[in-house]
Design a protein around this ligand. Structure first.
Ligand SMILES: N[C@@H](CCC(=O)N[C@@H](CS)C(=O)NCC(=O)O)C(=O)O
Length: 218
C-alpha cells in the first residue's frame, strides 16, 4: 500500500498508526498539501491527505473511509483475530468508537481551519476564529468527560481502538499547533491516555512536527 501525506496531519497520522498496529506493509510519501499538490493530484483530484493507494490500485481519501477499508483488509487476512480489530464491525462498541472518533476528527477539522485562517488570509475573520476555538474547546471537554468516566485502560475497553488513536492524534496536534487552546492543566484524562499511546512505537514512528502549509512554501 501507499500512504500519501505528511505525519504532521492528525488525519494521516491516524491511518499510519492503524497500519502500524495492524502490521500492514506500506510505503509512505510525505507530500505536503500545498507545496506538493501536483504530486498528489495524479492519485487524488482533491489534492487532500490522507490519500491511500491500495495494492489493487484503488485510491481512497477521507480518513474514516481509509480506516474502514483497512479494518476489512485486516479481517480478511486474519479472520480468527477479531480481537485485534481496532473497531468492532457492529454493535454498541462500534457506535461509541465512531462517536468519539468523529468528535476528535471534528476538533482536528476546526484546528486545521484555524491554521488556514491564520496563514491564508490577510486578516483572519474574528467571528470564524472565535467559533472554531469554541468548537475545539467544548468538544475536547466532552471527550475529557468520556475519558474520565471510563473504567478500562482504553476508551472502549482493555484494547486500543480507533477512538484512542483519533483522540491521541487530536490532543497532540491541538497542543502543538494551538498551545493556548486547551491549557496545560486541562483535560487530564485525555492527556494521560494520549501520553500512554504516544509512548508506543506505533505512534512515535509516525510523528512529525507541524510544517506550516503555506502555498508555495509548504
Ligand atoms: N475529512 C478529511 C480531512 C483531511 C484534511 O483536512 N486534510 C488536510 C491536511 S491536515 C488537507 O488535505 N488539506 C488540504 C485541503 O483540504 O485542500 C479526512 O478525514 O481525511
Amino acid at each position: 500500500m501507499l500512504l500519501i501525506g505528511q505525519f504532521d496531519s492528525p488525519f494521516v497520522r491516524r491511518v499510519g498508526v492503524a497500519m502500524n498496529l495492524y502490521g500492514t506493509a506500506y510505503e509512505h510519501r510525505a507530500h505536503a498539501v500545498f507545496r506538493d499538490a501536483e504530486r498528489i493530484a495524479p492519485f487524488n483530484p482533491l489534492r487532500r491527505v490522507p490519500t491511500l493507494v491500495l495494492d489493487d490500485g484503488t485510491v481512497l481519501s477521507e480518513t474514516f473511509v481509509c480506516l474502514d477499508v483497512l479494518d476489512e483488509i485486516f479481517l480478511d487476512a486474519h479472520p480468527s483475530q477479531t480481537d485485534r480489530l481496532l473497531l468492532a464491525r457492529r454493535g454498541p462498541s462500534r457506535r461509541e468508537g465512531l462517536r468519539l472518533s468523529a468528535l476528535a476528527a471534528g476538533s482536528c477539522d476546526k484546528a486545521v481551519s484555524l491554521i488556514y485562517e491564520r496563514l491564508l488570509r490577510e486578516a483572519p475573520t474574528d467571528a470564524w476564529v472565535d467559533r472554531c476555538r469554541l468548537q475545539v474547546h467544548e468538544t475536547m471537554q466532552a471527550l475529557e468527560g468520556a475519558a474520565s468516566e471510563r473504567i478500562a485502560s482504553y476508551l472502549l475497553g482493555e484494547r486500543i481502538s480507533h477512538a484512542d488513536i483519533a483522540v491521541t492524534c487530536a490532543v497532540s496536534f491541538i497542543d502543538e499547533v494551538h498551545p493556548d487552546l486547551l491549557g496545560d492543566a486541562a483535560c487530564p484524562s485525555l492527556r494521560e491516555l494520549a501520553a500512554r499511546c504516544e509512548s508506543m512505537s506505533e505512534f512515535s514512528s509516525v510523528r512529525q512536527l507541524f510544517d506550516a502549509p503555506m502555498p508555495n512554501s509548504g
